[in-house]
Design a protein around this ligand. Sequence first.
Ligand code: WQD
Length: 336
Amino acid sequence: MGVLLTGGAGFIGSHTAIALAAHGHEVVILDDLSNASEEAVTRASRIAGVEMPLIAGDASDAELVGRVLAEHRIDAVIHFAGLKAVGESVATPLAYYRVNLLSAIATLEAMAAHGVDRFVFSSSATVYEQPGELLREDAPVGIALANPYGRTKAMIEAIVADASAADPRLRAAVLRYFNPVGAHESGDIGEDPKGIPNNLMPFMAQVAAGERERLRIFGDDYDTADGTGVRDYIHVMDLAEGHVAALEALEPGVLTVNLGTGVGGSVLDVLRAFERVVGRELPVEVVERRPGDAPVSTADPTLARERLGWQAKRTLDDAVRDAWRWQQQNPRGYRG
Ligand code: WQD
């Protein structure tokens, strides 16, 4: 199929582009490059061995999205475009509502206008009202959440449901990501956060590379086995392959699935995995909890296995090894 990836130059999008091409799909990328690099698309095309046209533009411009759908004979859209930093969303909520909601609405409108009825939405485990262990898709989702970012994801899920109810031809999948980590095994593409990384894995990679003085562990007094926060770390290539499985399983209506491993890893588990890979201890300091952090957030991945025939294959150690290779080969990310 011809597949348009809005926001496809980003971390998840660039890896998904490679997985799609490996399954014979033609990939087109629309990205405003506000938080991604054209170099990521160049490298993804090289890894995949196929041309992946990149259109630099705003997914909230329905006219532009419509032109791309028509000119590139698109059959399906995977919608990644949006702002995604939890902390930033608290500081600038209006930008998050404008960018995230308008880009989803404009993309769906352009699809309807051009008869494109296959849609995969990049959602997040952040939509769950109560984070916890082995979360199932029928757990309560709510907009009374801890942050505007999560609220935009929950709102867009509702928009997709309403669009589907109004147009039975729409075939949609909502994919709730847990904690994407790692990088393509080549080490040529990976997570390239701007400024100081918020997320654990890229921050730890920069500590290992000597770019950051030490890892601050946000609390070791949680009610978990070792007292540190537990998350469901899913290798970004497993996540990418989950998108291909969802795309190829689309049917009328909306299928919502968790993309996670079902296996919890604590901060100390990630630290130990990193120390095994780099072969030395890393400097850490336990500090107070980060506001808003949940003790545990892991997926029950049963539905994805049953409905998509997909399950994560790669381990936390695979993700750490791949993240470290990306860091070593690209100490300044895509900035060269
Ligand atoms: C993981 C664990 C921290 C950094 C976020 C977003 C979520 C999704 C993924 C978009 C926690 C601990 C972290 C550090 C630490 N993004 N930690 N020191 O918060 O689970 O999820 O990213 O969809 O929406 O909320 O990921 O990597 O920030 O934290 O101790 O320097 O690592 O307390 O236990 P999180 P994270």
